[in-house]
Design a binder for this molecule. Structure first.
Ligand SMILES: Cc1cc2nc3c(=O)[nH]c(=O)nc-3n(C[C@H](O)[C@H](O)[C@H](O)COP(=O)(O)OP(=O)(O)OC[C@H]3O[C@@H](n4cnc5c(N)ncnc54)[C@H](O)[C@@H]3O)c2cc1C
Length: 324
């Protein structure tokens, strides 16, 4: 399989804030339309990120290979991202600027851990033709031995003194599969009530019952051309709109079709989930037109995916609570 960069070239990202588009570059930062303290204004978005987020990351340097969460990061797991920035004295507008496009109710410890990982893995790749080719290839190997059965929904998992079993339903009805062990890789969001007959400890039962998931939506807009590239733009943006984050995918040439996709996590995804599919697409096209003028004219077709509405997922990314 051929790898291609997730995001290549020197193209610029966009920030959309309070009705204005700002193109990121190497020059001085714009005069942000925000009520910032003189120091916050002097530091700018980049400077504030360095000063207010980098502390625990600096202290955690050298612990990248540890299996446990480095202590300087674990200590921030008692705070949401917003609380973590507030306790350092940042103003409300400065927090908005620094976290544009992100849900600040997530654990600061969790987000810092993601940042720490990103410092190690600086490059990201796609598999040309689609990442689903990887599980597809693995499945092909396993299918040879008949190890995978599709169209089966597990409805309960149990065990007694001699063995363990999973009950599943499929087109032919119900079936119980028995063995020495059952290894479950189901998201807890779909498995809340499946383990009543399994002898799991109360702690495990509680995690399965209570682990929360962020709602996540992606809305893909197929565009006739990757018109943003001709303007020197990457198609990536962070915004204060419902479409809080745009990403772009497509072949290198701007003349070829591409996808502009809105990737929404948390509160805004919950908002999108209350809308019908047509309204979600219309909202996304309207937001795309604001951030990338010309989008409406280039739009050809859309696909909508909500992880909360997917009955096999019932939620997107794991939302670990504070310090648990
Ligand atoms: C939008 C989004 C973006 C992400 N981006 C990244 C990223 O960039 N990098 C990264 O590392 N991770 C990313 N993740 C996280 C990553 O996708 C997950 O951590 C990973 O897929 C979890 O794998 P899993 O096998 O545990 O569960 P899943 O991939 O959720 O697999 C669970 C399987 O169980 C099946 N299933 C559900 N219910 C039943 C049932 N009752 N009976 C039988 N089968 C059932 C489902 O159909 C599914 O195939 C992202 C997640 C989302 C939602």
């Amino acid at each position: 399989m051929t790898l291609e960069p997730f995001k290549g070239g020197d193209l610029a990202d966009v920030l959309h804030l309070r009705g204005q588009n700002y193109v990121s570059g190497h020059g001085p930062e714009p005069d942000w339309p925000l009520q910032l303290t003189p120091e916050e204004r002097h530091l700018g978005r980049g400077g504030m990120a360095k000063r207010y987020l980098a502390g625990p990351l600096e202290s955690a340097k050298g612990s990248e290979d540890l299996l446990s969460v480095p202590r300087p990061i674990l200590e921030q797991d008692h705070y949401t991202l917003r609380q973590f920035l507030e306790k350092q004295g940042l103003s409300r507008d400065a927090i908005e600027l620094m976290t544009l496009g992100a849900d600040t109710s997530a654990s600061a410890g969790l987000l810092l851990l993601v940042e720490l990982n990103e410092q190690v893995t600086r490059e990201y790749f796609h598999i040309r033709g689609g990442n689903d080719q990887l599980p597809g290839a693995l499945a092909k190997q396993l299918e040879l031995g008949g190890a995978i059965r599709y169209g089966c929904r597990v409805t309960s998992v149990g065990q007694d003194d001699s063995d363990a079993w999973a009950v599943m339903e499929h087109a032919g009805g119900h079936e119980t599969v028995r063995g020495d062990y059952v290894v479950s890789a189901l998201p807890f969001s779909v498995a809340r009530n499946l383990f009543a007959d399994a002898r799991l400890s109360p702690e495990k039962q509680r995690v399965i019952r209570e682990l929360q998931y962020f709602p996540v939506d992606k809305i893909f807009l197929q565009m006739q051309k990757q018109f943003w590239k001709a303007k020197g733009l990457s198609g990536f943006a962070n915004t204060d709109l419902v479409s809080e984050r745009f990403w772009a995918l497509g072949p290198e040439s701007p003349e070829e079709r591409g996808l502009l996709l809105s990737y929404v996590i948390g509160e805004n995804a919950a908002k999108l989930d209350t809308m019908d599919v047509h309204s979600r697409v219309q909202q996304t096209i309207a937001d795309a037109e604001i951030v990338f003028p010309g989008a409406r004219e280039q739009f050809e077709a859309a696909r909508v995916k909500s992880w909360s509405e997917d009955p096999w997922q019932r939620g997107g990314l794991t939302s670990f609570g504070l310090a648990n």
